[in-house]
Design a protein around this ligand. Structure first.
Ligand code: NAP
Length: 317
């Protein structure tokens, strides 16, 4: 991992934003094309996947692999070929200028080609108490915070793969895990569903949404509303883990790149955005699959396309 001096100005052929599977794979491909890419890690080193306890569906690891372990392997492989990984975060971009300009907490980078793989962040419930108790009983990451809930009662909100996978993980620590889902059917895949139904520590509250998180110093209870009957009740709990999907980290690009109606960056099948020379890969441009394997694949494609773009620029010059 490289350190960059404050207020430095750095110029590269390829700059990559984000250190999840897409960004690190793009860095690997750009490095192997001898482009000496710089990758800015962003706030979540190795991306969201690094907070997953065990990844069981990344091919090549038949027994599964830890999310943070896989992230480190991706990084080591990219660095082996000359990618420079920098702990820094982009705060604004100017994609009208050539080379493109990226301002970060430490300085300014310019690059002829940019690969955006800034991923997505957990969606919030936006209910009273959520912000107030974040870090004091409200969490968006089981792997990060589960340990604090040893022998406690936990509520998990959501019915997708994340909610069920994290709910199962949390049973390692918690006394009980109550999954509150807004419908009466889970969205999660069958294997995870079956594991959850068989787990003695897990119970379900169906057709219910959380309307308020209650407590004093920390979370003590949640108010829930039945979506069919409108009946309200309060359930005591020591913590609430929220897994209701993700929001793309694309605010910085609004007005400069075409985004879809939900805020994801629009790309074509060559990972090209609406600005030539700017590519996007991974969850920032993929509201559909959002898997480690698909993000890594998009990262590889973006790395290849950035290389071709730079070759064409050189040939035109
Ligand atoms: P998701 O699939 O979008 O599921 C979000 C869940 O939260 C849904 O059950 C949804 O309910 C519920 N929800 C959404 N907004 C809500 C709100 N305001 N209040 C209450 N509930 C709300 O998101 P995810 O589980 O994070 O998964 C994201 C992607 O990553 C998916 O493609 C998933 O397959 C993938 N993933 C895969 C694995 C794995 O393969 N092991 C693990 C984790 C994630 P409805 O069902 O009613 O819409």
């Amino acid at each position: 991992m490289s350190e960059i001096k404050k207020n430095s100005m750095i110029e590269r052929e390829v700059l990559i934003l984000g250190s999840g599977p897409a960004g690190l794979t793009a860095a690997l491909y750009a490095a192997r094309a001898d482009l000496s890419p710089i990758l800015l890690t962003g706030m979540v080193l190795h991306g969201q996947a690094s907070t997953t306890d065990v990844i069981e569906n990344y091919p090549g690891f038949p027994d599964g692999i830890g999310g943070s372990e896989l992230g480190l392997l991706f990084q080591t492989q990219a660095e082996r070929f000359g990618a420079e990984i920098v702990m820094d975060q982009a705060v604004s971009v100017d994609l009208k200028k050539r080379p493109f300009v990226v301002n970060t907490y430490s300085g300014t980078y310019t690059a002829k080609s940019l690969i955006i793989s800034t991923g997505a962040a957990p969606k919030k419930l936006n209910v009273p108490g959520e912000k107030e108790f974040t870090g004091r009983g409200v969490s968006y990451c089981g792997t990060c915070d589960g340990w604090f809930f040893k022998d406690k009662d936990i509520i998990v909100v959501g019915g997708g793969d994340s909610a069920i996978e994290e709910g199962l993980f949390l049973t390692r620590f918690a006394k009980t895990v109550t999954i509150v889902h807004r419908r009466d059917k889970l969205r999660a895949g069958a294997i995870l569903q079956n594991r959850a139904f068989e787990n003695q520590k897990i119970s379900f509250v169906w057709d219910a949404v959380v309307s308020e998180i209650l407590g004093e110093d920390g979370v003590q209870a949640v108010r829930i509303i039945n979506t069919k009957t409108d009946e309200e009740r309060v359930i005591s709990t020591d913590g609430i883990f929220i897994f209701i999907g993700h929001k793309p980290n694309a605010e910085m690009f609004a007005g400069q790149l075409e985004l879809d109606e939900t805020g994801y960056i629009k790309i074509n099948r060559f990972m090209e955005t609406s600005v030539p020379g700017v590519f996007a890969a991974g969850e920032i441009a993929d509201p559909t699959f959002r898997q480690v394997i698909t993000s890594a694949g998009m990262g590889a494609a973006a790395g290849i396309q950035a290389t071709r773009y730079l070759e064409n620029l050189e040939n035109e010059a």
